[in-house]
Design a protein around this ligand. Structure first.
Ligand SMILES: [Zn+2]
Length: 220
């Protein structure tokens, strides 16, 4: 960006750490030094989710990443998508290289998209595709507006809550291809598993998954 424009923007919107909100001196970065040191980096074995070959995420769903995800989804910080995608791309390159042909996402319903103004998984998928120089394509549509997964307590209920809520979009275009499915957070995996099932039934040749964060095994 033009230096003068950046300077004016910084005056109007002082750059803040995306995790703790502290003012930053360097607008090129999105994190303060303290948060950069304290990220809940994922260090467990790769999460196994039914219907998905491999699931990766750079973080555990814990503070301060959890707070950033919530601001991204509910408080207008869609600009975080680029930074989340940079982190996700590291894991995709390390673990999923050569395992997918196109990038897609677990969509929210039209009602939620309309009330929120955007689909957070779509934003992430597009940012990730830009980061990885990959093709991004809508493959699914949510045909029923179900209660939020985050308000649905146990694993069996979460699976039942998403059953039959997705439908394939233009499967003839992507049948026979392997799909990298993107979602914001993987908790029990019920949502992405249901998405992967529909993708496979519609002809996908394989499904891998990338998220910003996964919950620890104790929250499964
Ligand atoms: Zn910070």
């Amino acid at each position: 960006m033009n230096g003068l424009v950046q300077w004016a923007l910084d005056l109007l919107y002082p750059p803040k750490c995306m995790l703790c909100g502290r003012l930053l001196e360097n607008s090129e970065k999105m994190l303060c030094g303290k948060c950069g040191q304290a990220l809940p980096e994922y260090d467990g074995p790769l999460r196994t989710v039914p219907m998905i070959d491999t699931t990766v995420a750079p973080f555990f769903y814990e503070p301060p990443i959890r707070d950033a995800v919530l601001r991204f989804k509910f408080h207008g910080m869609q600009g975080y998508a680029g930074q989340f995608a940079k982190w996700m791309a590291v894991w995709v390159r390390d673990h999923l290289e050569g395992q997918y042909d196109l990038i897609s996402w677990a969509p929210c319903s039209r009602l939620r998209r309309w009330t929120r103004g955007f689909d957070q998984a779509e934003l992430l998928a597009k940012a990730l595709a830009a980061e990885l120089d990959g093709e991004v394509l809508r493959t699914l549509r949510k045909i029923r507006h179900n209660p939020k997964q985050s308000k649905t307590a146990n694993a069996a209920r979460r699976r039942a809550n998403v059953l039959g809520v997705y439908e394939a979009v233009n499967p003839a275009v992507w049948a026979g291809k392997r799909i990298l499915l993107v979602d914001d957070v993987v908790t029990t995996g019920a949502t992405v598993s249901e998405c992967a099932k529909m993708l496979r039934m519609a002809g996908a040749d394989g499904v891998v998954c990338a998220a910003i964060a996964v919950t620890g095994p104790e929250n499964k």
